[in-house]
Design a protein around this ligand. Structure first.
Ligand SMILES: *Cc1c(COP(=O)(O)O)cnc(C)c1O
Length: 383
């Protein structure tokens, strides 16, 4: 075991989540699996492999480098859609490899037309509309120019999709803003349609919009967080569950992050544990040293707060989380030995450390916590 910790990804949990999402959206809405941020920390390669086995055939990535990683792992045909960063020099590569991509600048649209012409191959573009997020997307006043570029490169540019992204559909505080975005989207779409462009895929919904604003589903939903078994926010979950008789969470988390006891230390009453004086042993204690620290994504804010599972029992982090190790208090846990499994995130026996509890203690959003899990922790698929 070269690595001090590893991440297990559950395929059956993913199948459960995909089945749930498919049932929600019905047979006519396409599911795009969002795997940006290293598949929300799950690892693009292992995640994409099991997603394909679970029937996923459409992936959304943020950037060209993620698409580059995804491409060789695909075992069956699938669509790759780049939603964000793709530079002009990579356009030919993207078109050559049948990738679809968002365009939100005229420059990119023109260059895509040129690259496609050079390759004698149509480029499938998704026009991103600015509807109120004010991040990326064509503004209303740019639509005429967009139309003339599309017209000029008609032979080589296929308007595959028209899309937008909501600025906070996971919080009802943003309800009016989301509604306004949806209105603007519809208006601009009508204008495109009036000019003879009827995109095959209208898509606007992320997980939260899919749940809370069903009319945003349209032809395709871009689902990230929920396929990994987490809700975009407590509000979204409460809204969903409030409308159901069955009060059980239909989603299952995929991830288990595990390490093991590296060594044990017996500390006498009155001694301080670790750097500084933030933790003083109030009695004689047994402490397990776990070879994971903030360099591995275990936040330093969990110093004296975090909990892990050992022998199916919760154990508290004592002292400051170091770069590469942390100390946990195991005095009351029966027969802890060097090499025993330590669960940092996920289940052990009947106990579990949820992403939410971990996130609250370290004041990280579930999205942030997952994507911060370093790329070099090995990931293994389990059933
Ligand atoms: C990240 C992202 C999504 C998915 O969001 P979730 O909340 O994880 O479902 C969808 N669309 C765009 C444009 C995104 O950037």
């Amino acid at each position: 075991m070269f690595h001090s910790s590893y991440i297990e990804i559950s395929k059956s949990a993913l199948q459960n989540n995909i089945n749930f999402l498919r049932k929600e959206i019905g047979p006519y809405v396409k599911l795009s699996s969002v795997i940006k941020g290293n598949a929300y920390g799950h690892g693009i390669e292992p995640f994409a492999a099991i997603a394909q086995e679970c029937g996923v055939d459409h992936f959304s990535v943020f950037s060209a480098d993620e698409a580059l990683r995804l491409l060789p792992t695909l075992k069956k045909p699938a669509t790759i859609m780049i939603m964000g960063y793709l530079d002009n020099p990579e356009l030919e590569w993207a078109i050559q490899n049948d990738m679809e991509f968002f365009v939100f600048e005229l420059d990119r649209l023109i260059e895509a037309g040129k690259a496609a012409k050079k390759l004698q191959k149509r480029a499938c573009v998704h026009l991103e509309l600015e509807t109120g997020m004010n991040r990326t997307g064509f503004g209303e006043n740019e639509i005429n120019n967009v139309l003339s570029v599309l017209e000029e490169h008609k032979e080589y540019l296929e308007l595959k999709g028209v899309c937008t992204h909501f600025a906070g559909a996971e919080s009802f505080q943003n309800h009016d803003r989301v509604q306004e975005q949806l209105n603007r989207y519809k208006q601009q779409l009508q204008r495109l349609q009036a000019s003879g462009y009827t995109p095959e895929q209208c898509h606007t919904a992320c997980s939260a919009a899919m749940v809370s604003y069903p009319e945003t589903r349209m032809d395709m939903v871009r689902i990230g967080i929920m396929q990994y078994g987490l809700w975009p926010s407590p509000e979204t979950y409460i809204q969903y569950i409030g409308q159901r008789e069955e009060k059980l969470d239909p989603l299952q988390r995929l991830i288990n992050w595990k390490s093991h006891v590296m060594t044990l230390k017996y500390v006498s009453q009155g001694e301080y544990i670790g750097y500084g004086t933030s933790y003083q042993a109030s009695r004689d204690m047994t402490v397990a040293i776990v070879p994971v620290g903030y360099a591995w994504g275990y936040s330093r804010t969990l110093s004296n707060h975090g909990q892990v599972l050992i022998n199916g029992v919760r154990a508290a982090v004592v002292g400051i989380v170091n770069m590469n190790v942390m100390m946990v208090q195991v005095t009351e846990i029966h027969d802890v030995r060097k090499g025993d499994e330590v669960v940092l995130l996920g289940k052990q026996g009947s106990e579990s450390i949820t992403v939410a509890s971990f996130g609250e203690l370290s004041t990280q959003l579930n999205y942030e916590l997952l994507t911060r899990l370093p790329i070099n922790i090995p990931r293994y698929v389990v059933d």
